[in-house]
Design a protein around this ligand. Structure first.
Ligand code: AHR
Length: 498
């Protein structure tokens, strides 16, 4: 048995708003991320609306997805948008991901239809690597211009009279690697061209431009982009800097198994994921140098677990299982983003469906929700809530010489005034009891949901889709405290009620 954790909320010192955009998703033309996962085509026997699967749309609506990043990833820097609009689509090779044929049947108009069906904002990444600023500028015109304005007319002819809303624009992707292996200075020059010429013509929507930033702990892109921004002229601007960091538990090429792993692997992977704290702190410090007013958001637009591909699948499709470990991993990262809410104002887990740490897996007409999905669902109340500082002694969990904090927690107050607490028990073999108190808050009961599993590598399957699914949890106040006991390797979210 482990000692109880005294968890104290300080409701008198509210922090920054936890921007709902940190719960963003990423959908790349990769494996079955789009084809099969979202798009099945209008003639499919799988129930769909204009080719987009109804079951997936219904599940995503529950998550209140704030934004979806599309079309890549590495795919974005080889994407030519004209091949994916109008009646005659031009198929091309998806050279990054499995060398398969990309039919381009899911293009710009289908993406915006999907975004509208799930009720999310569009985060479109333009092709900086192999495209030209002119091609990207014309794409923006297609998406955002009035039908009376140039290429806006083409969109109208394709059946979409009203301009689309592009809330976020990615100026390239991983330009230090698959996006063209550019030096920071070369990238900065390309970035300026796109920040200048990729115009948003839709007056109903402001568009934030997100520049390529660092890979993990590398700082040259952070320095170069932020320095350029500090000296920017009237002619161009950016609003965000991207950070990509995957949890692999051992670097690339990836080797960790996504299921059937040992407790040591559990500890190694979670220790690795906690490194996000240092990365965010390090890049925020550089950003503070150039931007003390925190105008530029740090956008962690690729994060999550990347394991060895499920045996028997195309390694280029990045298919992996999703277990209770991934539930814990996602809660730990979301907590880190929430603690840095003043600078981290957007993030996109990789990826939404069938790829890497997915929310949803599909197999033809079947669909299942992963443990990661359930965490995102349980965290919905934290969207746009105000951070509340918490104090606790996390203690330690040690296995095979690897030491991690035993527990993790955040709290926030939503717009209606309700206070929410998220607690994670990292220890996979011992339950944890939290003695929760919040001076100055009149609360008599804590109610919510807890996500635990028979084993730390338990997953949901098409035959048993509810092995890992949230269960109700509640506690009554006694002496101004709530005693909440949670299972090993679990994630719990409760609200404090009068
Ligand atoms: O998410 C898979 C890939 O990882 C993306 O395409 C790329 O940006 C990153 O390297």
């Amino acid at each position: 048995k482990s000692a109880p954790v005294d968890l104290t909320l300080d409701v008198s010192k509210p922090g920054a708003k936890i921007d709902r955009q940190i719960f963003g998703q990423f959908a790349e033309h990769l494996g079955e991320g789009i084809y099969g996962g979202i798009w099945v085509g209008k003639d499919s026997t799988i129930p769909n609306t204009r080719g987009i699967r109804n079951d997936v749309v219904a599940a995503l609506k529950e998550l209140k997805v704030p934004n979806v990043r599309w079309p890549g990833g590495c795919f974005a820097d080889e994407y030519h948008w004209r091949r994916g609009v109008g009646k005659d689509r031009i198929a091309s090779m998806n050279a990054n991901w499995g060398g398969v044929i990309e039919p381009n049947t899911f293009g710009t108009d289908e993406f915006f239809d999907f975004a509208q069906q799930i009720g999310t904002e569009a985060y479109v990444s333009v092709n900086v690597g192999s495209g030209t600023p002119a091609e990207a500028a014309e794409w923006l015109e297609y998406m955002t211009a009035d039908k009376a304005n140039g290429i806006g007319a083409e969109r109208a002819k394709n059946g979409h009279e009203k301009p689309y809303k592009v809330a976020y624009l990615g100026l390239g992707n991983e330009s230090w690697d698959c996006g063209g292996a550019m030096t920071p200075d070369f990238y900065v020059d390309q970035m300026k061209l796109h920040a200048r010429f990729d115009r948003n013509y839709n007056p109903e929507q402001t568009m934030s431009r997100i520049a390529v930033g660092p890979s993990g702990g590398d700082t040259p892109y952070t320095e170069a982009v932020m320095k350029a921004w500090k000296d920017h002229s009237w002619a161009w601007n950016i609003e965000g800097l991207s950070l990509h960091s995957y949890t692999t538990g051992g670097g690339f090429p990836v080797s960790q198994k996504s299921e059937g792993f040992s407790e040591k692997d559990y500890a190694v992977v979670l220790k690795d994921t906690l490194g996000m704290e240092d990365l965010v702190t390090k890049h925020s410090a550089i950003m503070d140098k150039y931007d003390p007013e925190k105008k530029i958001a740090l956008v962690v637009d690729e994060w999550g677990a990347w394991y060895a591909a499920t045996p028997g699948t195309n390694p280029g499709f990045l298919m992996q299982k999703n277990t209770q470990r991934d539930a814990v991993l996602s809660a730990l990262n979301l907590n880190i983003f929430a603690r840095h809410a003043d600078r981290v104002r957007m993030a996109n887990i990789a990826q939404m469906i069938n790829v890497l740490q997915a929310m949803i897996l599909t197999d033809k007409d079947k669909m299942l929700l992963t443990p990661t999905y359930h965490v995102f669902h349980m965290y919905v109340p934290f969207q746009d809530a105000t951070f509340i500082p918490v104090a606790y002694d996390a203690g330690t969990y040690t296995h095979d010489g690897i030491t991690l904090p035993r527990v993790d927690a955040i709290a926030a107050r939503d717009k209606s005034g309700k206070v929410w607490v998220a607690i994670t028990n990292i220890d996979p073999s011992k339950p944890a009891t939290f003695n929760l108190s919040a001076a100055g808050l009149k609360a008599s009961k804590a109610t919510g949901q807890t996500l635990s599993a028979p084993k730390f590598d338990s997953a949901n399957t098409y035959d048993k889709p509810n092995t890992v699914s949230p269960k109700p949890i509640s506690a009554k106040a006694s002496g101004g405290r709530f005693a909440i006991t949670v299972a090993p390797a679990s994630v719990t979210v409760v609200s404090l009620e009068p």
